[in-house]
Design a protein around this ligand. Structure first.
Ligand SMILES: NC(=O)c1ccc[n+]([C@@H]2O[C@H](COP(=O)([O-])OP(=O)(O)OC[C@H]3O[C@@H](n4cnc5c(N)ncnc54)[C@H](OP(=O)(O)O)[C@@H]3O)[C@@H](O)[C@H]2O)c1
Length: 361
């Protein structure tokens, strides 16, 4: 058996952080079946996976464009010709990031902890009156104190609920695209760090046991389940939805963590991490690859769809549906109802029909 240097380093760094992983379901990943295998892997960069792909005329939205993986994702999509709408928590942050990118970009303000800000962001994007080809739900936070925001634990509110509302408000524009793609940046923490029971439906505020790692893993599991359920609801349309783990990358993601965690993370990223250029590869691959036009409801790592084994909840259909209904209830005053277009005369390229709701909310 061949062990690459990275595999060895990964194994040793996994041992290093293993005690910090609160709930592990003996999970591992195996290649997903029936999904095109890409020629790319953990070493591929965002530029490499989009090489030769002309995105002229395509419109992408990237949340959290001012930092880390989001910035690189925006940069590379714009480099390939896409018009990118990049969001930042303040307009200044988004403007500054867009100004650093070659290509056509528009900065928009988006604070995912604030429903009014999400609606305002969606409305300003909608006012462009254009289809959206790629909606990349990248923004995320990890760390800080225990807090309840919009009726749920803060990580769940920002990482999941905010994007749930944003996608809902922009869905109508994804319908208008030839083949719209929702790409949700989740994490391996979704099955390594989430509570054993999965989504804590009886304690969404996490008033019981709380620690940053579990709260983050919980929100990242919600990201994956949201994408999974969205894919089911959108069956029979041209819109796909997939989630992914970008890798372990030295970004600002742990800036609100303790000094010890920041130090541990910096060691981990040094010995077995990806560069930011590699970290944005899976997002860009899932958003643009011609191989994935009809792939939906999948979870990707290192540019390939994988199935998570073990007793975790990454592919838990029941929890995904329940999370959808719960999220819809929590955001009900801000949601809009979409009527699905009638695709009957456009047979070519449709992923098959479904009896799922003709309206999704
Ligand atoms: N880096 C990793 O090792 C790793 C591993 C697995 C998954 N991920 C995921 O990858 C995604 C990108 O993270 P990153 O590593 O690039 O971290 P990052 O450099 O910290 O970027 C996170 C982005 O999200 C934005 N953001 C945070 N809270 C927000 C809020 N309340 N409303 C709107 N935007 C908000 C940040 O804005 P500000 O700069 O203004 O805070 C920033 O633009 C996240 O979803 C993260 O969970 C990262």
């Amino acid at each position: 058996m061949n062990f690459s240097r990275r595999t060895f380093l990964k194994a040793s760094s996994a041992a290093l952080v293993a005690p910090a992983i609160p709930a592990c379901s003996g999970a591992d990943v195996v290649p997903a079946t029936g999904i095109p295998v890409s020629p790319f892997d953990e070493d591929s960069t965002a530029e490499a996976v989009t090489e030769g792909i002309d995105l002229s005329g395509k419109i992408a939205v990237v949340t959290g464009c001012n930092s880390g993986i989001g910035f690189e994702t925006m940069r590379v999509l714009a480099l390939r010709g896409a018009y990118v709408i990049g969001t930042g928590r303040t307009l200044e942050k988004a403007q500054e990031a867009c100004a650093r990118v070659k290509g056509v970009t528009t900065p928009v303000q988006l604070e995912l902890a604030d429903f009014d800000s999400i609606v305002a962001c969606a409305e300003s994007i909608r006012s462009l009156n254009s289809p959206i080809d790629m909606l990349i739900c990248n923004a995320g936070l990890r760390g800080g104190e225990r807090e309840v925001v919009n009726g749920v634990e803060k990580h769940l509110a920002v990482n999941h609920l905010g994007h749930f509302l944003l996608v809902n408000r922009l869905l109508e524009r994804l319908y208008l695209a030839w083949q719209g793609r929702v790409v949700v940046v989740s994490s391996r923490a979704a099955y390594r760090g989430a509570p054993e029971e999965g989504i804590l439906f009886d304690d969404l505020k996490m008033l019981g046991d709380w620690d940053v790692g579990t709260a983050y893993g919980h929100s990242k599991l919600a990201n994956a389940l949201f994408s999974f359920e969205l894919a089911r609801l959108l069956k029979g349309t041209r819109i796909t939805s997939n989630s992914l783990h970008p890798g372990v990358i030295s970004t600002n993601i742990v800036r609100d963590e303790s000094a010890v965690v920041r130090y541990g993370f910096s060691l981990l990223t040094k010995v077995s991490g990806k560069t930011v250029e590699q970290g944005a590869a899976t997002s860009c691959y899932v958003a643009t690859s011609p191989l994935l036009g009809s792939t939906s409801g999948e979870y990707f790592e290192d540019c390939n769809a994988v199935t998570v084994t073990g007793t975790g909840h990454m592919h838990d259909r029941e929890q995904a549906s329940r999370l959808w209904l719960t999220s819809a209830e929590l955001t009900k005053d801000y949601l809009v109802t979409h009527k699905r277009p009638d695709w009957n005369e456009f047979r070519n390229g449709i992923r098959g029909t479904s009896e799922s709701a003709a309206e999704i909310q």
